[in-house]
Design a protein around this ligand. Structure first.
Ligand code: SF4
Length: 96
């Protein structure tokens, strides 16, 4: 007895783009760069990423997202990990 394997395409899950909390990402200056560009391993790489972030139309949203989500790695909103830690510390001190 032979059985035939049927492969049925499963439609991709439809995520309503407009409802996504990260829909701003599609408008970022970084959209045409490899993600690794924003996870540099040295200061030169951080500067390179910052240069791309400079003037980004969604830079404020990007930075707030990274701060709220406590994203520890990478350059977000033109800020390195260290800079984001400083911002969070400053905000904690202001609220204390
Ligand atoms: S601020 Fe930088 S990392 Fe954030 S969306 Fe803009 S270009 Fe991308």
């Amino acid at each position: 007895m032979t059985s035939k394997l049927q492969i049925t395409a499963v439609p991709a899950k439809q995520v309503p783009f407009d409802d996504s909390p990260t829909r701003w990402m599609a408008e970022g200056n970084c959209r045409n760069y490899p993600p690794a560009t924003f996870f540099p391993s040295d200061g030169v790489g951080v500067d390179r990423a910052r240069a791309i972030c400079k003037g980004c139309p969604v830079g404020d949203q990007c930075l707030e997202y990274a701060l709220e989500e406590r994203i520890e790695h990478g350059v977000w909103g033109g800020c390195s990990e260290r800079e984001r830690r400083r911002i969070l510390k400053r905000r904690r001190n202001q609220n204390a």
